[in-house]
Design a protein around this ligand. Structure first.
Ligand code: NAI
Ligand code: MG
Length: 517
């Protein structure tokens, strides 16, 4: 999923000036050195117990970048033991002043900012996204998220409660314990930060399992976590596959909570594994099929630009992508034309080339899923306006694709495609579109474009989605909560809301001496 497009121009300029020497490596993937390829457990880089390694592929070429240690259940057990020991009552982490916990997080963010060109280059190598996006969207979001939650570290607190009788009652918002984080490949380091920042701010310890496709930036940041002084065992980071390493986390008897971002299918498995093991707390940020509703009274240029990016940002690999584009019938044809033109103007190619704004899909599996759904769209009678096929002969590039005249029952209108594929259909009026927009099992995001405030208020209230954007799309900041209704999951990442998921409320009732007044 996401995207702080709100990075200010000033901070962009500062970032550019930071390290011109490092920028040299950023534009040449061959010169990105990779040193951290082992599991990070108890503040050390170690091989997997089995000795196994897994290959990491460059999605823009299909070539192998390197291999990394492949964690399995045995490694999860070792990492959980380290995290448990770091969490034990009386440990350095548990007795650290909350403000110092925050300072460690600020220092980690500073170290990431210092190395931002290298980390952005590594993210692009591993994920394929344009270097400019890594540098100006993903990694700044990582830094901002860590800083936002660093500020919370000493502001998480309970209440005193006026009780009846001779007691003094107060609540403590305590860390949950050892937390497992399982994260995806579409925004590798940003999704890692969305989980680990509130985990640490609330005083938990963690075992993070990063996606097998994109482990490199989190492993590099493990080195920085050690450098800035996190105590042993607080942060553990594992590369490994889902059913093995991820499954071992979901079913572990000594993990108290799992935060997950990924597919709805795996989200359901994780919740079942929790029920079958120790009822660990689970929060799930899952798939989407978000409606984007454009009325003819909108600011046309604004709606065109945002509707395009709603689908094509990060080559469609966004859980909140606005792929169901509904355009009011009075301007439908004109809007379709503009969407096709913008899709055709995208520049595909080497993600280190500053001109490129459209990289590859993450792997062959995802590309094939997308091609299969495009095929179903054609067979079910949608009108393919542009694209529809693989691009080039190396890597996993997909042509920007636009379907018009899409009907609500078609697979391309109901299933998450997770690729650069837009589905457009027309609508007549408000009542019709509210019903159609909500007619989905998902509920992650939605958007409305109109200059009519009454209409904006009415529709944004009626839409069943965790996020509603008005006259914009994909605007995400660490301060605002993000998460789903329905099968898009439950719980919220980011904002003050996320803190609830990483704390337990303990109510303490103390008998106190009574005095006659
Ligand atoms: P996935 O849900 O399988 O992978 C996400 C994470 O879950 C990865 O770290 C993976 O290793 C882990 N995982 C996989 N199986 C697991 C299991 N049995 N137990 C524990 N952890 C497990 O997603 P995948 O296969 O990479 O993509 C499939 C579809 O999921 C995509 O086409 C897209 O529709 C959706 N997706 C949604 C994302 C989002 O941001 N909400 C991110 C990635 C994928
Ligand atoms: Mg999967």
């Amino acid at each position: 999923m996401f995207i702080a497009m709100i990075a200010s121009k000033l901070s962009r300029t500062l970032l550019r000036c930071h390290s011109t020497a490092a920028a040299a490596i950023a534009y040449n993937s061959k010169n990105v050195p990779i040193e951290q390829t082992k599991l990070f457990i108890n503040n050390e880089f170690v091989e997997a117990a089995s000795g196994k390694r897994l290959e990491v592929i460059n999605p823009s070429t299909g070539d192998t970048i390197c291999d990394v240690a492949e964690a399995d259940k045995a490694d999860v057990d070792i990492a959980v033991a380290a995290a448990r020991s770091a969490f034990n009552y009386g440990s350095e982490w548990r007795t650290m002043n909350a403000s110092n916990r925050g300072r460690l997080m600020y220092k980690w963010a500073d170290a990431i900012e210092r190395d931002i060109h290298y980390i952005a280059a590594l993210e692009t190598l591993d994920n394929g996204k344009p270097f400019d996006d890594s540098l100006h969207v993903d990694i700044p979001l990582v830094i901002n998220t860590l800083r936002y939650y660093a500020g919370w570290a000493d502001k998480v607190h309970g209440k005193t409660i006026p009780s009846d009788g001779g007691t003094f009652v107060y609540t403590r918002h305590e860390p949950v314990g050892v937390v497992g984080g399982i994260t995806p490949w579409n925004f590798p380091l940003a999704m890692f930060a969305w989980k680990i920042a509130p985990i640490l701010a609330c005083g938990n310890t963690c075992v993070m399992k990063v996606a097998e496709q994109t482990p490199l930036t989190a492993l590099y940041c493990a080195k920085l976590a050690k450098e800035v002084g996190f105590p042993d065992g607080v942060i553990n980071i594992l590369s490994g596959y889902g059913p093995t390493a991820g499954g071992a986390i979901a079913s572990h008897m000594d993990i108290e909570k799992v935060g997950f971002t990924g597919s709805t299918e795996v989200g359901k498995i994780i919740q079942m594994e929790s029920a079958k093991s120790n009822l660990k707390r689970v929060t799930l940020e899952l798939g989407g099929k978000s409606p984007n509703i454009v009325f003819d009274d909108c600011d046309l240029d604004q709606a065109v630009a945002a509707s395009h990016m709603a689908v094509f940002f990060n080559v469609g690999q966004c859980c909140c992508a606005g792929t169901r584009l509904y355009v009011q019938e009075t301007m439908y044809e004109k809007f379709v034309e503009k969407m096709v033109e913008k899709a055709q103007n995208r520049i595909l190619g080497d993600p280190y080339d500053p001109k490129t704004n459209h990289g590859p899909q993450i792997d062959g599996e995802q590309l094939n899923k997308i091609l299969g759904l495009v095929d179903s769209g054609v067979k079910q009678g949608a009108s393919l306006q542009t694209g529809g096929a693989q691009f080039g002969d190396k890597g996993f590039f997909m042509q920007p694709t636009v379907f018009a005249d899409v009907q609500d029952h078609m697979d391309i209108s109901t299933q998450e495609i997770f690729g650069p594929v837009m589905q457009i259909s027309s609508f007549k009026d408000e009542e019709e579109i509210i019903e159609r927009a909500n007619n989905t099992n998902f509920g992650l995001a939605a958007a409305v474009f109109t200059k009519n405030l009454d209409r904006m208020y009415h529709i944004s209230t009626a839409l069943k989605a965790g996020t509603v954007w008005g006259n914009c799309y994909n605007v995400l900041v660490p301060q605002s909560p993000f998460g789903g209704f329905k099968e898009s999951g439950f719980g919220r990442d980011l904002g003050e809301y996320a803190l609830n998921h990483y704390t337990e409320v303990k109510c303490v009732t103390l008998a106190v001496p009574q005095k006659n007044s």
